[in-house]
Design a protein around this ligand. Structure first.
Ligand SMILES: C[S@@+](CC[C@H](N)C(=O)[O-])C[C@H]1O[C@@H](n2cnc3c(N)ncnc32)[C@H](O)[C@@H]1O
Length: 217
């Protein structure tokens, strides 16, 4: 609840996300690629495993520069969406350069208001994106809508600590969300409700900074 916070959370909106990722696009892979790699690899490994029984239609929400794309099994049908044209251009370059046959489309689209019909996908995955979108509850609702009943939703993200130095740092940097392009104080309860069917949570390196969450639709 906003009232809980010692520091006000700066609101992100679509324009501030586009502005932030216009600035990040050229250096994103160098700055974030390394630290986020283990979490991304685990999320894609989970998608590859689940797809064997759930089906091959995969949506990657907030695909960014496409760092995850080379790791999907080639028989999958992956569609990636992102709000930032600058990030998508990098992803398109990667797909062309590496001839990634699993990638069936890269679209400029708002994850909070997707153009896909209900139940279009078997699996939807959001890597390091839930704390970036302006409204994570809307993101969740949309991902649940476009995944068929019985399908899977996966998230890998940093979730805020509830004590100690990290807690202090995350709360202190919360007002910088519009400059950073994400909410440093993002909590599990910012996206999941009591009704969410969380099937598995797995801490990811480095230092369990990130968590992989698997949800059943
Ligand atoms: C931190 S980056 C993560 C990129 C990628 N998933 C990765 O693992 O590196 C977050 C991405 O989410 C995108 N994004 C933020 N809000 C969005 C929205 N409402 N709809 C679609 N993409 C969004 C940003 O443009 C950015 O590319």
């Amino acid at each position: 609840m906003p009232g809980d916070r010692a520091h006000p959370r700066a609101a992100l909106d679509a324009d501030s996300v586009r502005d932030a990722y216009r600035r990040w696009a050229g250096i994103y892979d160098v700055v974030f690629g390394g630290v986020s790699a283990p979490g991304r690899r685990r999320a894609v490994a989970a998608v590859n495993r689940l797809a064997q029984t759930a089906g091959r239609r995969v949506l990657e929400v907030g695909v960014g520069t496409g760092l995850a794309l080379p790791h999907y099994r080639p028989e999958l049908e992956v569609v990636g969406i992102d709000l930032s044209r600058d990030m998508l251009l990098k992803a398109q370059e990667r797909v062309a350069k590496e001839r990634l046959s699993a990638v069936h489309g890269l679209l400029e689209m708002d994850a909070e208001n997707m153009a896909f019909a209900d139940g279009s996908f078997d699996i939807a995955v959001a890597m390091f994106t839930a704390s970036v979108v302006p409204d994570a509850k809307k993101l969740y609702a949309e991902m649940a809508r476009v995944v068929r009943p019985g399908g899977h939703l996966l998230f890998v993200n940093h979730f805020a600590a509830d004590r100690g130095f990290r807690w202090w740092l995350e709360r202190s940097t919360a007002p910088l969300a519009r400059i950073l392009g994400w909410h440093p104080d993002f909590k599990l309860s910012d996206i999941f409700g009591p009704e969410t069917r969380i099937e598995r949570m797995e801490p990811c390196p480095p230092l369990a900074l990130f968590t992989l969450v698997e949800v059943r639709r």
